[in-house]
Design a protein around this ligand. Structure first.
Ligand SMILES: [Zn+2]
Length: 330
């Protein structure tokens, strides 16, 4: 097994979203990677510029960030060629490491655009060094920029221009090497460019302190929301059916919350949301996590607030209706 710490730079439609190619909103223009052995020793670098095929000038934001121009990119090589080399560099059974989520999804989307077969496993797990950094040094929820995390660690190294893929991969690798993987290495992330294509291929990932469940896709958002598998939860520790304490309710952001209890493992909170996959299908992603009375109280409070919001909304709708009728309260 190798760790492949990598970073991508991509361009997007310079004339704005309306004119973008929907099959390739983000066109990869650079790949940079560091290969680390299982015991984190550096074992090679990969760096390549890609000559663009879809967008022929740089979006102004991209131009502002990068240290090179479209002229430099034109000297790069086609994506399929660079991608094949990158996959060969990654070797068999790589564990990818990125700063933040999203890079693997864009890599897969670019591969699909060029009809390069997707060689990655399902579920496709990777390590998000930004998340691991937060778990080790912050509250686990905050997210620092690569540059700020690097400065905060006081790593006295110059790895090159930030937002140069190879430099960012080196910075990420330097930070990754400070992570205690025995404590945090099991907090894997899952890339959701592809989702399970049948019920049998759905997965429950148990991270010890919580469980993540990813459902198959549905053509309608509504059917994904009402999916019984998503709503009926089992304890992720012992597998026993859970008793409902607070029925699932949905807030104005479309996030569902619920509270359950296991006879053996006590209170368990749940939340899920439905997202649309790049394929257009809707799937559910649910987290179950052990909680205590305080956590349970927070969910009950959230539910009350939500009910209050719905009540006010209904009242306002009624008022509007009466206005239309020209009706006046006596
Ligand atoms: Zn249990």
């Amino acid at each position: 097994m190798n760790y492949i710490v990598f970073d991508l730079e991509w361009n997007q439609c310079p004339e704005g979203r309306e004119k973008q190619n929907p099959a390739l909103p983000f066109e990869i223009i650079e790949i940079g990677a560091i290969r680390l052995t299982e015991d984190l020793r550096p074992d090679g670098e990969f760096s390549a510029l890609i000559s663009p095929k879809v967008y022929h000038s740089l979006h102004y934001q991209v131009r502002r960030m990068l240290s090179y121009t479209m002229k430099d990119l034109k000297k790069g090589r086609p994506f399929p060629e660079v991608c094949r080399e990158f996959l060969a560099f990654a070797g068999e059974d790589p564990t990818f490491v990125t700063w933040g989520p999203g890079d693997l999804t864009e890599l897969e989307r670019n591969m699909a655009f060029y009809r390069i077969p997707n060689p990655f496993p399902m579920p496709f797990l990777y390590l998000d060094a930004q998340k691991l950094y937060s778990l080790q040094n912050q509250d686990g929820k905050k997210r620092l920029s690569l540059e700020n995390a690097f400065r905060e660690l006081g790593l006295d190294k110059e790895e090159g221009h930030f937002h140069r893929a190879i430099a960012d991969a080196r910075y990420t690798s330097d930070i990754f090497q400070t992570i205690d993987l025995k404590r945090f290495g099991h907090y894997k992330s899952v890339d959701l460019y592809r989702i399970p294509d049948s019920r049998a291929k759905e997965y429950h990932l148990n991270f010890g302190t919580y469980e993540k469940y990813v459902t198959r896709g549905f053509t309608e958002r509504e059917s994904a929301m009402k999916n019984k598998d998503l709503q009926q939860a089992r304890c992720y520790i012992c597998g026993k059916p859970l008793t409902k304490k607070v029925r699932w309710f949905v807030d104005n952001q479309g996030h569902a919350y619920g509270l359950f209890s296991c006879p053996e493992h006590g209170l368990i909170k749940g939340r899920f949301r439905v997202r649309q996959a790049p394929s257009g299908l809707y799937y559910g992603i649910r987290i179950l996590k052990q909680t205590d009375e305080k956590g349970a109280a927070r969910i009950r409070l959230r539910k009350e607030k939500e009910a209050e919001r719905m009540r006010r909304k209904a009242e306002e709708a009624k008022k509007e209706e009466r206005k239309k009728d020209g009706w006046q309260a006596p």
